[in-house]
Write a protein that binds this ligand. Structure first.
Ligand code: SF4
Length: 448
């Protein structure tokens, strides 16, 4: 087989981290001497070329429409349709549906088996050093462009029903050698400042201590610098609270971890979570980050409580916990419209409006938190009920209107209130009513 012309495509969705699968495919093809081109989204000039191979990556199921459009866009740009490959998380979880809609059978799971892309040595692709140069071919900027992207374990020991990992990486591999990968990256692409580890459950590994030793050895010990600039380790998927111990926290404190990410998905883990943060503070890890899942089995009340716990911990322990609320969407939903059992469309929209102002993050500052989310759950609920623009500008240009809105609400009879709530909680503004107060308050929600 001669030199191949290969097109790698990532659909034009927003994403923080580069497509590692495509980067490894690029390394694999370049090693064979093939020509590799990478694009983000649909590019006419690339569509008009006939390629020997096209690979399309996928991510979340709620990017379904955009991903399918991208597949349709390039499907006739390959010489032989058998050399058109679709892979990645969504392709693995929704393989059947993708096949029904596009006619292509996706490659499922990691690229570590024979017969997936029908080329010699394909079973080694997942272990290859990603091609960092590939990212220079596009103008899109990922979150970190000066970091090693790697794994020290694969898969996870748990099977949380809201998570795609057990389907994509069903086997837990508790050790993936790190130093060799880093040495090869240094040789090929130069040293990187930070280390981004994409492990799903590092704490479940019985080799945890060995992994920490390796991280220190490759230059990410506590206080590490590169050319005078601090370098950090980030386990970006977070660590598993239930697998944490004093000994493990002590080991984590020996590396230049920042931030330490801990998921706080369930209020029933409150005691354990607080203990974990206290432990982190005790060992001097003060920069923390926290994934807060909502719209799952939780309630708006416990969502607020989880955020508030962080703010209180910051005050008490001097930590800086940044929370990232993550809205739950079932892993096979094709849009983001899912509403959890204890939630309603108005509250979900309200949270989106607050997070729009805070750029998706809940910072450690108490007064800022109280201004954004309210001092207590009752304030929080009131904020979520407001029209979108009132939530965002309630302390500025909408201040007077908020007062009017509040007055109307305070003066509602029980019947008026229940009519209003019934409609507004569903974000339904087309309700018909001759009631003056109802008409007035609904008009606020229709304002641009
Ligand atoms: S512990 Fe984390 S990675 Fe593992 S299955 Fe649960 S959510 Fe997924």
């Amino acid at each position: 087989m001669g030199k191949l012309k290969v097109l790698l495509v990532e659909p034009s969705y927003k994403c923080k981290y580069p497509p590692l699968g495509l980067m490894k495919l690029s390394a694999f093809h370049k090693k064979r001497g093939d020509e590799v081109v990478f694009v983000k989204g649909t590019i006419k000039e690339k569509k008009d070329i006939m390629w020997d191979r096209i690979y399309i990556s996928t991510l979340f199921s709620f990017y379904w429409d955009l991903t399918i459009r991208t597949i349709d866009y390039y499907e006739f740009s390959v010489k032989d349709p058998r050399n058109f490959y679709i892979g990645g998380p969504m392709a693995t979880i929704m393989a059947e549906e993708i096949k029904d809609v596009t006619g292509f059978i996706p490659v499922q799971g990691l690229l570590n088996k024979e017969g997936q892309i029908n080329l010699p040595n394909e079973q080694n692709i997942d272990n290859m050093i990603p091609d960092y140069n590939l990212l220079n071919q596009i103008s899109y900027k990922y979150l970190s462009d000066n970091a090693y992207f790697s794994y020290t374990t694969r898969g996870c020991i748990r099977k949380c029903p809201f998570c795609a990992v057990p389907k994509i990486e069903p086997l837990y591999q508790e050790y993936v050698p790190l130093s060799k990968q880093i040495k090869s990256i240094n040789l090929k692409y130069g040293r990187k400042k930070d280390l981004l580890l994409l492990d799903n459950n590092i704490l479940a590994s019985s080799c945890f201590e060995k992994i920490i030793d390796e991280i220190k050895e490759i230059g990410f010990f506590k206080g590490a610098k590169l050319n005078g600039i601090s370098r950090y380790v980030d386990f970006n998927q977070g660590i598993d609270l239930r697998k944490l111990s004093k000994q493990k926290m002590k080991l984590l404190a020996e590396i230049s971890i920042r931030p330490l990410r801990i998921a706080f998905d369930d209020i029933r883990l409150k005691e354990q979570y607080i203990k974990a943060i206290e432990m982190a503070a005790e060992y001097g890890i003060l920069n923390l980050s926290n994934y807060i899942l909502y719209n799952y089995n939780d309630t708006p009340k416990d969502f607020f409580e989880r955020l508030k716990i962080n703010v209180d911990l910051n005050e008490r322990l001097g930590t800086k916990i940044f929370s990232f609320p993550m809205k739950y969407i079932p892993v096979t939903n094709k849009d983001r419209l899912y509403v959890g059992t204890h939630w309603n469309p108005r509250f979900l929209r309200g949270i989106q409006c607050i997070l729009h102002v805070t750029h998706g993050v809940v910072g450690p500052n108490k007064s800022f938190f109280e201004a954004a989310f309210g001092k207590n759950y009752s304030d929080f609920k009131k904020i979520l009920l407001m029209p979108d623009s009132f939530i965002m500008y309630r302390e500025s240009r909408k201040k007077n209107k908020v007062k009017q809105w509040q007055n109307i609400l305070n003066n509602f009879s029980n019947n008026q209130r229940s009519f209003f709530m019934k409609n507004i909680l569903q974000n339904s503004y087309s309700c018909v009513s001759n009631d003056k107060l109802i008409k007035k308050i609904i008009s606020f929600y229709k304002e641009k």
